[in-house]
Design a protein around this ligand. Structure first.
Ligand code: NDP
Length: 492
């Protein structure tokens, strides 16, 4: 090749993919679902029902019971009744149930993956390779802890708290359920869990797994419904501990409500993570990390790397490469194994994303998206990059919770740290550089619960996850996560 010839573009594919849809009938969707209370599916007493739809097609999937206050009371009573015998089981006995659940999740993995993709809109590649295996891993991991709590360094005789009320969001429905239920059960608690209104189906399939595992009735109860059901669960006075994952606004309201009641609380709230790329970083690897950081799960990720802080000298190179890479992402049918970007979870979330993107344009940032056709029905948003973003811009400060990246620049490590920490949140951050000493220095300076180095969005049940500042408090996963489900010991 002579120096005048152009280098072939190796990233842009020159062929079209044939569709590779996963079989939809791997998952059975019932017409109607009841509440899971005391080990069986029951009709609501004072609630009604709600529809759950496919965000990719807007097709009606099922009618799901809505739990009213009396239903929530029933579920908490069932959990209280089960607590005595469950907490008195030996750790070895409890761990058998957790292992059984983990194995069943693995055996039924394809069914869970398909159901989650249909109800949530996320690509099957993610549910199959991340959500379901990581959910099973959480049960395996905590099965291992159940009989070793005495040696966890949390006091000589760690005791469970009692009944846990757990409220989870729609972005990782099964995985968030696993993060909540596995440690609670391992420590000897019983639970009442409320899944999000738009994604109840995988939690209801999990209820079937509890039956299949012969879990004693009442140890796990699932109450479906919208925000009112969550509020009723938080307000229930016989709940000993509330664990909430969701928006900072609702988290703050719950913290105010429970202050002074003695009910234990952990909050996993929003984030606005900085993904920081230095000029000595392995740039191609960083591009993959940036894409994974913000476009994984349509950006519906609390720890998403939604602010790219790139060193000024490599800004143009990084943005060029990023645009090329985004041109190769495939948006469409969540059940297609080639799909990278699925549907936005709901019309309401799509409207929030659109409003913030409009605000970004109004504030003068430059918006860019690759050419890509959007399906004619359902909720969709093109992967989007904003350059020329000001530090005080709404798209640099507020959580968009969608496939939208704000690009900012810095010159020195100190400036990178100052900009990264200039947010009310503090959940996660990423650092890309070849210098180990700089990684350690940055990790020490960044006010974020998790700092990834030369990677992003890596999750493991052994590793505690949680935030600083308005991202919440308490940790989930690892030995630290057990603390949230055990009574406090003075010397812990
Ligand atoms: P919410 O905080 O409203 O929802 C999270 C969970 O809490 C859901 O199960 C919800 O029920 C329930 N809930 C709602 N109101 C109450 C209440 N008063 N008391 C108790 N439980 C309640 O999040 P949204 O779904 O409305 O999302 C809004 C924004 O929150 C997103 O744009 C995103 O920025 C952020 N978010 C952050 C998440 C994270 O992982 N950190 C996850 C989800 C959202 P229901 O869904 O049925 O209304």
């Amino acid at each position: 090749m002579t120096s005048t010839e152009t280098v072939p573009d190796l990233i842009t594919p020159t062929w079209d993919y044939a569709p590779a849809p996963e079989a939809r009938d791997l998952a059975t969707i019932h017409d109607t679902y009841g509440l899971f209370i005391g080990g069986e599916f029951v009709d609501p007493d004072d609630g009604g029902s709600m529809a759950t739809i496919s965000p990719a097609t807007e097709e009606h999937l099922a009618d799901v019971a809505v739990a009213g206050e009396r239903d929530v009371d029933r579920a908490v009573k069932a959990a209280r009744k089960a607590f005595g015998p469950w907490s008195k089981l030996t750790g070895t006995e409890r761990s058998k149930y957790l292992f059984r659940i983990a194995r069943l999740l693995q055996e039924r993995a394809r069914e869970f993956a398909v159901l989650e993709s249909i109800d949530n809109g996320k690509p099957i590649r993610e549910t199959r390779d991340v959500d379901v295996p990581t959910a099973a891993a959480h049960f395996f991991y905590h099965a291992g802890w159940a009989d070793k709590l005495d040696w966890a360094g949390l006091g000589p005789d760690p005791r469970p708290l009692g009944v846990c009320g757990q409220v989870i969001p729609w972005n990782f429905p099964l995985l968030m359920l696993a993060w909540k239920i596995a440690p609670a059960l391992a420590c000897g608690n019983t639970v009442v869990l409320k899944p999000a209104e738009t994604t109840p189906l995988s939690a209801l399939l999990f209820a079937e797994v509890c039956q299949q595992a012969d879990l004693p009735p009442g140890v796990v109860n699932i109450v479906t419904g919208a925000g009112d059901t969550g509020a009723a669960l938080v307000a229930q006075t016989d709940v000993d501990k509330v664990a909430f994952t969701g928006s900072t606004a609702v988290g703050k309201a719950i913290a105010r409500q429970l202050a002074g009641t003695g009910t234990r609380l952990t909050l996993e709230l929003g984030g606005k993570a900085a993904n920081i790329v230095f000029d000595d970083a392995p740039i191609d690897q960083a591009i993959e990390g940036i894409v994974d950081g913000i476009f994984f799960n349509q950006g519906h990720v609390c720890c998403a790397g939604s602010r790219l802080l790139v060193q000024e000298s490599v800004h143009d190179l990084v943005v060029d490469k990023l645009q090329q890479r985004l041109g190769t992402l495939r948006l469409g049918d969540p059940l297609d194994k080639n799909t990278d970007i699925g549907a936005i979870n709901s019309a309401a979330q799509l409207a929030r994303i659109e409003a913030l993107v409009e605000a970004g344009e109004d504030e003068g940032a430059q918006r860019w998206s690759p050419e890509c056709e959007l399906p004619s029905s359902g909720f969709w948003f093109r992967p989007t990059i904003f350059t020329g973003v000001g530090q005080s811009s709404r798209i640099a400060q507020e959580e968009i919770f969608g496939p939208v990246l704000s690009v900012l620049t810095f010159r020195t490590p100190d400036e990178a740290v100052a900009k990264a920490n200039n947010t009310p949140y503090g959940l996660s951050a990423g650092v890309w550089t070849e210098k180990g000493s700089r990684i350690l220095w940055m990790a020490d300076q960044l006010r974020a619960g998790v700092v990834w180095a030369n990677t992003f969005n890596r999750f493991d049940p052994t590793s505690p996850f949680g935030g600083y500042k308005e991202s919440g408090f308490g940790r989930e996963g690892g030995r630290h996560g057990l603390v949230s489900y055990l009574q406090e010991e003075p010397h812990r």
